[in-house]
Design a protein around this ligand. Structure first.
Ligand code: HAX
Length: 445
């Protein structure tokens, strides 16, 4: 049974649950907002609901309730590979059921049928200088597809609110179908003299990306793509890219407009762009020593970095308080397929040395590696050495999650977002006459 029919079956029960909460518990207070949070990036304020994924500080992300190891173990595998089919992951996120092989293949088939990229996307890419950042090209490509939005067309003819989601789903499937092709085209345009490699109809969505950047014969890299795309597909509903696209879609901007907005957030150095910084840091470290450093040399190097007030890329996280399981999954892949890689040696040295040094400083709330501490090392090993492309890889995967959020937001009939902003004077008036309450962590001299 297709995703749409299966989702339709599930909608009444989901809507009942949400409607009961809204109807019977509307005034219930979930939390409070402090001055510190208002000035501190509204960190930790519980303002959104996502059943698609949840980041547990102590065990990492759960996708539709499944941990990363469970997701990797249970998703149907590409025949002949130990790694999952991305079509199955889309089914899991969208439908909230672990797919059968047939379900996963059906999504892959739908993707294939919609994978042709209109020429206006290529025209937009070609109109930009090759030096344009790959993420800018990616975001513009998604916008170039916007004229194909079924939702936008149908909405202009008049649509019932309860039916919006069906058109968001159609747009989501059609757009995600084209992502490997668009990503590969940008890669080839920027780094491979514009060579064009058409998709291979016998390959799955993830392996087709590998094929279209010229790695069609490389089974290990195809498996890495299968792993990478599953791992990066979603990370809760309130991170910068997820929340940005949710906000934009709340104005009933279609999935193309909302996705491009999310990608623009992902392109920031504190969010998705961090993975390119991590590889740059590892390469600089190697260059600094001119050889592989030993434990003491490396530890001193890290201490010097912290003394200079710099951050150690790839370590720490806004929510996680343990090693990111997405790091661990990729480390296992690396140990299996590229154990002698020199950058992997540095990654493992980092894992051994950096947490204890960060703990010594007592500043970072999480001294353990996040997913970006290893992403680039694996790509680099397989010859994808252009690190300003890495965030596009991330974006290809993340739009799978973002489109799922958009569909379910329409299912729940979520309204346009409009929080309230205050003036500084208003805050000052609120605290007038109160004794000082202590130095919040956001207060700095
Ligand atoms: N190296 C040095 N200092 C660090 C640090 C690190 N890796 N991680 C945190 N700290 C410092 C912070 O800079 C902060 O110092 P100040 O009080 O002087 O500002 C202090 O420790 C407390 O920070 P925190 O509360 O633990 O962390 P935040 O939630 O503020 O920030 C970050 C989370 C991921 C941005 C942060 O840990 C960091 O800058 N890490 C390095 C960059 C990085 O790896 N980014 C990728 C994140 C993964 C991701 O989301 N990708 O999309």
């Amino acid at each position: 049974m297709g995703m749409k029919e299966r989702i339709k079956e599930k909608i009444p029960a989901w809507r009942d649950r949400v409607n009961r909460l809204k109807r019977d518990f509307g005034p219930f207070k979930v939390g409070e907002v402090t001055v510190e949070q208002i000035f501190g990036g509204i960190r930790g304020v519980q303002i959104s609901v996502s059943d698609i994924s949840y980041v547990d500080p102590m065990e990492g992300v759960r996708l539709r309730g499944y941990t990363i190891p469970e997701t990797l173990a249970l998703l149907p595998k590409v025949p002949g590979s130990a790694y999952p089919m991305m079509g199955g992951l889309y089914y899991l996120l969208m439908v909230d059921d672990m797919p059968t092989m047939e379900d996963a293949l059906e999504v892959e088939q739908e993707w294939k049928a919609n994978s042709e990229i209109p020429s206006c996307v290529f025209d937009v890419i070609h109109a930009m200088p090759r030096s344009t950042h790959a993420m800018t090209l990616f975001s513009q490509s998604i916008l170039a597809l916007q004229s194909q939005s079924v939702f936008a067309t149908e909405y202009s003819h008049g649509l019932a609110k309860k039916d919006y989601w069906e058109y968001y789903l159609e747009d989501g499937v059609k757009m995600t179908a084209k992502l490997p092709g668009i990503g590969a085209y940008i890669y080839n345009y920027k780094y491979q003299d514009g060579v064009y490699i058409p998709p291979d109809p016998d390959l799955d969505w993830s392996a087709n990306f590998a094929h279209m950047i010229g790695k069609g014969d490389h089974r290990e890299y195809q498996d890495l793509c299968r792993l990478f795309f599953v791992l990066h597909s979603d990370h809760e509903g309130a991170n910068v890219s997820a929340h940005t696209s949710h906000l934009v879609a709340s104005a009933l901007s279609d999935i193309y407009l909302a996705s491009a907005a999310g990608l623009n957030g992902l392109a920031g150095p504190l969010h998705g762009l961090a993975n390119q910084e991590c590889l740059r840091w590892l390469l600089n470290t190697y260059e600094h020593f001119g050889k592989l450093p030993n434990r003491d040399e490396f530890a001193q190097y890290v201490r010097d970095i912290l003394t200079n007030g710099q951050v150690v890329p790839g370590y720490g996280h806004a929510v996680l308080r343990v090693t990111d399981p997405r790091f661990t999954a990729q480390l296992e892949f690396a140990e299996k397929y590229m154990p002698d890689d020199e950058l992997l040696y540095l990654v493992k040295l980092g894992l051994d040395v950096i947490p204890e040094i960060l703990l010594e400083t007592g500043k970072a709330k999480n001294p353990y590696p996040n997913v970006d501490a290893i992403n680039g090392t694996l790509q680099h090993h397989y010859g994808v050495t252009q690190f300003d492309f890495y965030t596009v890889l991330f974006g290809i995967s993340r739009l799978v999650g973002i489109t799922t959020h958009a569909v379910w937001s329409r299912i729940f009939g979520k309204p346009i977002e409009r929080p309230k902003s205050l003036t500084t004077q208003m805050l000052e008036d609120m605290v007038e006459g109160l004794p000082p309450m202590g130095n919040g962590s956001g207060a700095k001299e």
